[in-house]
Design a protein around this ligand. Structure first.
Ligand code: ADP
Ligand code: MG
Length: 449
């Protein structure tokens, strides 16, 4: 535990220190830059400080990290295989997305390790009620309603639980600081205490964090730097599915996602996510194409919908949901230049079904097919997946993960693939008919009938 005499306010821009909070920094002129911090004992900076002996890295090679697997595979995968002992994870997300639900379900998976659920937002009654509603066996899970960091760290040291959940970091405060719970200084100080404790004791800690309107983890960006893993739990308005996404992971990859569905019994893993993003159609419709994208180590089939309508005399609009608007404009320009199509006096709307967001250039061809299909009011070839990046020259380019994309298409009963050349080794996936074409024009001629 740090020894403190009092707290000071420090400008986050230039480091200017003040005994009271100032709206404007007299040194750098920044507004609202002062954050409360505990003042350390002067001794710690004494010139007599004893030197430590550095340790050779070669002698301290740890045996492979043992991870705590929850058995919730969508969660474990996003975490890089499980929770690493002594790690601190932040899970952020909008209110109501299901953070507390997921955390309670997680504790239930570690019931034999005496998990501790610290809640500063709800009563133990509410926790018990949730456990009952989710039909969670709460035997073995311990609860604590507490907000002061000193009490929480003391409790963790004494009871050494196998996992600690803090719901939420914004409710914690230290009496050492005068600022309110949730302020930057408090969040940073409390998180720092918990990080030190986790490293010292090896107890893994998961912090629930709220997301501010700006989409940042409240209690500043600095929280993201302090912890080992940052995951984001996202939901899209009226849809029941939730996506768990790794933003930072010191122990694994950050491009994995986990998909859950929120039901009355809590969050259920979605084993076949492609089914979520494809609508069941009985006959081909215009303006709809199917793309195969890669998310982390998995392929996902998603439906791309386009609507191209005359904009009359007004300014034409380009609106994309779930897709980058700039990329949409680029693809429209390629279609105009290389295929001689005219979108000039048209409003163009593009939507990725199910509220999904695509950042994968492999979806370019499907986007182009949906756009042309809507423009010309002709449907895209039925039961077909379009894969490929479109270059500015109108060429189709290979994208990574072709094998997974084809496997997923085959698994879901698609019959035809239109893709760039160079993937003949993957062509033999199930019953798929594969058309390899090198130019966007040829691909569109095949796809839009
Ligand atoms: N009594 C209930 N019956 C069914 N679903 C509920 C009930 N209470 C909450 N939920 C569901 O759980 C969600 C809240 O989950 P919660 O884990 O508390 O979110 P967070 O902690 O992220 O704010 C709600 O959006 C709702 O869908
Ligand atoms: Mg909650």
């Amino acid at each position: 535990m740090l020894m403190k005499t009092r707290s000071v306010f420090v400008c986050q821009e230039c480091g200017h220190r003040s005994l009271k909070w100032l709206g404007k920094c007299p040194s750098c002129g920044g507004w609202g830059t002062f954050v409360e911090e505990p003042e350390l004992n002067q001794d710690s900076s004494s010139p007599q400080t004893k030197a430590y002996e550095p340790v050779p890295l070669a002698e301290s090679v740890p045996s492979s990290v043992e991870r705590l697997r929850s058995g919730i595979s969508e969660f474990d995968r996003v975490m890089g295989g499980g929770i690493v002992p002594g790690s601190v994870t932040v899970i952020g997300g909008d209110p109501g997305v299901g953070k507390s639900t997921l955390m309670l379900q997680l504790c239930a998976r570690f019931a034999e390790k005496k998990p501790l659920y610290v809640t500063g937002e709800e009563s133990l009654e509410q926790l018990r009620y949730r456990a009952k509603r989710l039909e969670i066996e709460s035997q073995g899970i311990f609860g604590l309603t507490e907000q002061t960091i000193e009490h929480i760290t003391a409790t963790i040291e004494q009871y050494t639980p196998g996992l600690v959940v803090i719901d939420s970091i914004q409710t914690l405060y230290s009496s050492e600081l005068e600022s309110l719970p949730g302020s930057i200084g408090q969040v940073r100080y409390c998180a720092d205490q918990l990080v030190r404790l986790a490293k010292r004791t090896g107890v893994p800690i998961v912090l629930v964090g709220h997301v501010t309107k700006e989409g940042m983890l409240a209690g500043p960006k600095v929280l993201e730097h302090m912890v080992d893993v940052v995951i984001q739990f996202e939901g899209e308005g009226n849809y029941a599915y939730r996506i768990l996404r790794a933003i930072k992971n010191r122990y694994g990859s950050t491009n994995e996602i986990g998909i859950f569905e929120m039901g009355t019994k809590g969050l259920v893993e979605v084993r076949n996510p492609s089914a979520l993003f494809l609508t069941t159609r009985t006959r081909p419709e215009t303006g709809v194409a199917v793309a195969a994208t890669i998310e982390g180590s998995r392929a996902l089939l998603v439906e791309i919908q386009a609507l191209v309508v005359s904009s009359g005399y007004g300014m034409s609009q380009r609106v994309a949901t779930g897709f980058d608007t700039k990329r949409l404009q680029m693809l429209l320009a390629v279609l105009e230049r290389h295929l001689g199509l005219d979108f000039l006096h048209c409003d163009v709307f593009l939507n990725v079904a199910g509220g999904f967001r695509i950042d994968d250039p492999g979806a370019d061809l499907a986007v182009c097919a949906a756009l042309v299909s809507s423009l010309q009011n002709r449907p895209v070839m039925d039961r077909t997946v379009a894969i490929g990046e479109v270059s500015l020259t109108g060429e189709l380019r290979q994208v990574a993960g072709m094998e997974q994309r084809l496997k997923e298409a085959s698994k879901l009963g698609f019959e035809t693939i239109v893709m760039p050349p160079g993937g003949s080794q993957w062509s033999a996936q199930g019953e798929l008919v594969v058309h390899s074409v090198s130019h966007l024009g040829e691909a569109i001629a095949l796809l839009v009938q």
